[in-house]
Design a protein around this ligand. Structure first.
Ligand code: BTN
Length: 242
């Protein structure tokens, strides 16, 4: 079911999966030892040194993963794989799709849509980056507070083994969507987010506001109560305010 394709070096596993989408099987998992142009959300780059972290892209053709379900399932699968690997450590989600550990980012998700000629939806490439064996002194290269499993546990872990755990978690989420539909997935994803009720600053392409997060709606949008109004935000970066 899960087919893992291992590359030595690539610009971006998402780019590779998008360009080869038509010849890759559903649930192919592309992993690379190194990315030279790892992509982050909102046009940022993703720090991708050789042999230290997981750089993974799933090819998703299964229509159960339409819309926001893909990024919800991806972040929940990453969260679950981290919890299985380091049982004593606390991990939570931070809207929109980051995994956090003790106030620092440990994993990020970038889902990109694949369209066929004629702009017809063909599926999704689900990119997942997880900081696994990056030593604490290297984490300063990342432009926001970041951590790795090694920094948290003092132990290195096998990247391929982690990739297989992650892949199996994703398939488990797919199976639960098939059986129970999207609503329980949304509820689990929302409940794992630690930012509800918190005072935050949100910055993005068309937003720069302080407020309190009062909810995350059924479309995955952040509901922010600022001094002046209630905002419904579909993207952006959150910083917690003290
Ligand atoms: C984020 O900014 O939080 C999203 C980061 C996503 C990084 C992963 S690493 C594997 C895949 N390939 C990429 O170029 N990006 C994603």
């Amino acid at each position: 079911m899960l087919k893992i394709i291992e590359l030595n070096e690539v610009d971006s596993t998402n780019r590779y999966a998008l360009d080869n989408f038509s010849v890759l099987a559903d649930f192919s998992l592309i992993i690379a030892k190194k990315q030279t142009m790892g992509r982050g959300r909102r046009g940022k780059s993703w720090v991708s040194p050789a042999g230290l972290n997981l750089y993974a892209s799933f090819v998703i053709k299964d229509r159960n993963f339409g819309g926001a379900a893909a990024s919800w399932a991806a972040s929940l699968a990453a969260l679950s794989a981290l919890r299985r690997t380091a049982q004593d450590i606390s991990f939570r989600l931070k809207w929109p799709n980051d995994v956090y550990c003790r106030g620092k980012k440990i994993a990020g998700i970038l889902c990109e849509t694949k369209s066929n000629n004629g702009n017809i939806f063909a599926g999704i490439v689900m990119g997942i980056g997880v900081n696994l064996n990056m030593p604490p002194e290297d984490l300063v290269q990342i432009d926001k507070p970041a951590t790795s499993l090694l920094a948290e546990t003092g132990k290195s872990i096998d990247i391929r083994t982690f990739a297989a755990v992650l892949g199996n978690e994703l398939i488990r989420y797919r199976d639960t969507i098939v059986i129970n539909g999207i609503k329980p997935l949304y509820e689990e994803w929302k409940n794992e987010n630690f930012i509800i009720g918190k005072n935050v600053h949100v910055s993005g392409d068309s937003i720069d506001a302080d407020g309190t997060v009062i909810d995350i709606d059924g479309n995955g949008a952040l509901i922010l109560k600022s001094k002046e109004e209630i905002l419904t935000l579909h993207s952006g970066d959150i910083t917690l305010l003290l």
